[in-house]
Design a protein around this ligand. Sequence first.
Ligand code: HEC
Length: 148
Amino acid sequence: MVAGYRKSGDKTSGLYKGWKAFNNAPYQSGTHGGRYVNNYANAVAEVNYGKYEDVGKMPVGSVLAKDSFAVMGNGRTAAGPLFIMEKAFAGFSPETNNWKYSMVMPDGSVFGVTGGKGAKNVEFCHQCHVAVAEDQDALFFLPDEFRK
Ligand code: HEC
């Protein structure tokens, strides 16, 4: 999985496996294609992210990553995209709470990045995350039963 993501050249791809994981087991995410996902936060993000609904505002430099895989009918798994949210500097993209969304495909191609190549392809990310933009800095966290 990581080998594929890394081909993108995206720096999170090579780093996130070393970050703190917030889920106790992969869980199925209906909002990310029904795939099984894991949630990771980098060192800048981990304290605030761990406050969950009391998160307030995330610090600049926070990166949240979610890798994913699908379970096929025959029980085999197939890697899915890597979903990334990175808190950029104030003014980067006020309409997305300055979150830069990226989606890296399992083969290392990049589907889109806020403010970069394929930006249109990732507009739908914030269109959903915006539901909690005011109270939770656009973060949804994970279902209670999968929190560590
Ligand atoms: C239809 C709603 C929806 C869409 C579209 C969506 N997300 Fe999410 N996202 C969620 C929900 C709900 C969670 C938390 C629960 C989960 O993982 O299912 C989440 C969690 C995340 C997280 C972990 C941080 C957090 O919020 O706790 C990242 C990173 C993420 N999404 C990135 C993306 C990216 C990148 C895209 C677009 C390519 C995207 N999401 C599209 C609803 C959505």
